[in-house]
Design a protein around this ligand. Sequence first.
Ligand code: HEC
Ligand code: HEC
Length: 516
Amino acid sequence: MFARLSLVCCLLICTSAAGAEGVEILRNNCGGCHQQSTPGHFARISDIRKSPEGWLMTIFRMQHVHHVQITEADRDVLIRYLSDIRGLAPSETTPARYALEQRPNVTDMTLPGDLQVMCARCHSAARVALQRRDAGDWLKHVHWHLAQWPTIEYQQNARDRLWWQKATTEVPEQLGKLYPLSTAAWDQWRARPHADLSGTWLVVGHEPGAGDSWGTATISKAGEAQYSVTYSLETAKGHLAGDSKAIVYTGFEWRGTASLAGRDIREVYAVSEDGQSMSGRWFEADHAEIGADWVAVRATEAQIVAVTPAAAKAGATTRVTVLGSGLTGSVNFGPGTRNKVVSKDAHALVIDLSVDSKAAPGYRELTIGKQHRADSLAVYDRVDRVDVTPAFGIARVGGGKIDGVAAQFEAVAYRDVADASGKTQPMRVGVLPVTWSVQPFNEDAKVADDVKFAGRLNADGRFLPAGAGPNPQRKFSANNAGNLSVLATLDDGGKPITGKAHLIVTVQRWNTPPIY
Ligand code: HEC
Ligand code: HEC
């Protein structure tokens, strides 16, 4: 329903300073209803700070509800402008970034006290936490909720308390203190020049179900706060090329439209305050639930960035790749290991790593010449436990205009090891190959044969839900919802070790805003 931040138009027209253009658009497209009191200060608009997605949602609402006319190109310029002058400081976004990154199956943050039930029953708490206003404007926002949805008090169990009385008295006061318009973090961030991100970067991604990818990103400037990127990546399955066009809002909110091995991808990254690294998540344009964690660091400084895979079994030889800069000198993975460098280029060493069968299980420090990286590799002899993540997943049946939503699971193996004080701690071995299966979660699910109807789990741990709508084959022609256990079974040298998660296959979601 909502257009994702669209970059293409903007790339064509944002060559001049977005500032002057931004004010002009505000005056022409918004000023009719939002009075300009002093130059550049527009009623309501200038009293709020939010994320680029937050601004998009508001302007979309202005279009949808108040019939505001604005071209997509002007809207893009306006979102850039408003995010720059009325945005959030990096630290203000930290607790709720998962919402911007559209991470599936995360547990929402909790607002303090009664705010949680007052404001986070219909939508995420993150939606609230990604805005800043004073008490007076939070109050206006409550009034808008009521005006737009007069039945709000009867919804979402709000009647278990005096919702309206609270929402118009203590709630705006609390929000004004918790998320005020003016903060030191924002003042300091606004005063800082924005980092130029062009250059060579080393990147590491992890896509649940598909594994790690690593390599370089060559970033070049393509206009004010705009970049184009060429990716050269490796995966366990081979080389992967890609490119991206990105806008950096507020000096740190990287939003890219990318193509990775032909997949249509959206990138949501935060640039670190010092401009030396980026982190976040990329996901498929049409299926935000499918995506990868992502980290990028500038390739300039000599450093070991990552080792993949980050585990090696005792008594075996494992081919690992070390990603970094200035990787010269002798390589040492610590006690009980021997290594042979198979190939080497400017940023990667491919190594055959042999671990003695008697090597003690534990994390190893990696040394390459003068560089060290603690806990680079987990040496393990056996697996003690398999965790399936997410522990609780949601999939949605699909069909018609609304695609199904898949649930991607991953099996992470652990070996218990003693720490320095002799206490047993789980050591993360990482993602290992497993056999996936589903079972009914309880007796009801068994009777209704949810395993047969709700969908299927593929060999990569991805649950693909069945079609939406009534199913005449089911009792009462029920839909294809289901309540399942997801099992991952690892074969550890002949010994099966099973991990388990819970999966709910539920109904479609009709509304997919950028922030839930
Ligand atoms: C036709 C009149 C009209 C125009 C034009 C208009 N708005 Fe609004 N705007 C409203 C009304 C009415 C409200 C209060 C009700 C609401 O929030 O929907 C509002 C509220 C807002 C708010 C406060 C929302 C909140 O989160 O509490 C913002 C921000 C805003 N508008 C931005 C804009 C921008 C940006 C434009 C220009 C692209 C614009 N508006 C154009 C009528 C308008
Ligand atoms: C009964 C359901 C409900 C409750 C309770 C509720 N909201 Fe909302 N809220 C909505 C809906 C629906 C929207 C969607 C607006 C849209 O997508 O255009 C929304 C949108 C928002 C937005 C984003 C809108 C924008 O333009 O900036 C914020 C922020 C927000 N709510 C804060 C709050 C706060 C704070 C409270 C507690 C006082 C609250 N909500 C309680 C239903 C609710």
